[in-house]
Design a protein. Structure first.
Length: 338
């Protein structure tokens, strides 16, 4: 993998990349390297153990938490959101189901609508970010958005849908969503460094998110909820992401039958050149599975090829840092390398 490593090094140097790049085959590291600074103010470097926000990569963990509750009889795919929400969020239709929310086919309005064309670095939240410190607090930003289309009609990526799933999980389990993710996903997957963290009190060894990659030290602390929920906001490491893929396909989080259902295409998404299952992005033509996150000061992608048992992951604490490198890895590793 010397040529691959040399190519990653060159591209990281040219782009000023800040983050971690990891390639693993059959549970063994092939290439892993950290670049840039986790904290520019204190000149603290990123390391392979640094925790990064993974933005919408969180949705895969949310989906697994919900499916775990389904396996244990607390929910079903056909459970309606309304049956759990009661009078909250009245613009969510009576027929919207957990399955539709998982597959981004619910049609509900989105508080953070990525189809609206706003820049990822815009200030988009309608309430002060410090108020969003638990999942129930998100009711204040979820309410008031009319449905975009009838439930089940088509795919439309929806952040609100995954916060609603977190609310549903919390209410049926009677426990905070963050604890459910820890106990039902992170613990069985042995993801010891993965957790929801407050952006205003990040512990040592955690990367601060920056809005540009040109040396400006403005952070993302005012752009995102102070504590994430079902649609994003968990922090993780490259090793933990690899552990997630291993545990997922070994049936350690949910059963292999459920893994097959979650990674079966529910929608073609031509605009992304991909397909979508239940919580996971899927390659357009093969069985490669992906998690992707993009937000102010955050970019992340992890790609797992279960046939080749090959994983490559790029985590970055800038808004666009991951994309050149993940494309390079996809081009040079291919979907099913020999």
């Amino acid at each position: 993998m010397t040529a691959l490593g040399d190519g990653v090094d060159a591209l990281a140097r040219e782009s000023g990349f800040s983050g971690v790049v990891s390639v693993e085959r059959s549970g063994e590291p092939v290439f892993a390297k950290a670049y840039g600074l986790a904290d520019r103010r204190h000149q603290a470097p990123n390391t392979l153990a640094t925790r990064f926000a993974i933005a919408s990569g969180t949705k895969g963990l949310t989906a697994l938490t919900v499916v775990s509750l389904i396996e244990h009889g607390a929910l079903s795919l056909s459970t309606t959101a309304r049956s759990v929400l009661g009078r909250d969020l009245p613009l969510i239709g009576e027929q919207v189901t957990v399955e539709q929310l998982l597959g981004h086919r619910s049609g509900i309005g989105d508080y953070f609508d990525e189809d609206a064309g706003q820049a990822i670095t815009d200030y988009q939240l309608s309430v002060p970010v410090h108020e969003l410190s638990n999942t129930e607090a998100y009711l204040a930003v979820l309410d008031g958005y009319p449905a975009k289309f009838p439930p089940g009609e088509r795919f439309s990526y929806c952040n609100s849908g995954y916060v609603v799933l977190a609310l549903i999980a919390e209410r049926v389990a009677g426990r905070p969503f963050h604890e459910l993710v820890r106990d039902r996903v992170c613990t069985p997957a042995d993801m010891r460094g993965t957790e929801f963290l407050r952006s205003d009190e990040l512990p040592r060894g955690t990367a601060t998110g920056y809005l540009s990659n040109d040396g400006v030290s403005r952070t993302n602390v005012f752009h995102l909820p102070v504590l994430g929920s079902g649609d994003g906001g968990i922090y993780s490491t490259a090793d933990d992401i690899s552990a997630l893929w291993r545990a997922l396909f070994a049936g350690k989080i949910v059963s292999r039958d459920w893994v097959a259902k979650m990674t079966r295409p529910c929608s073609d998404v031509p605009s992304e050149g991909k397909r979508y299952g239940l919580g996971f992005w899927l390659h357009a033509t093969n069985d490669t599975v992906m998690l992707t996150g993009y937000d102010a000061g955050v970019s992340f992608r992890s790609v797992h090829d279960p046939r080749a048992d090959l994983t490559h992951t790029v985590l970055s604490n800038t808004s666009d840092g991951a994309w050149q490198l993940t494309r390079y890895l996809e081009q040079n590793l291919g979907p099913h390398p020999e």
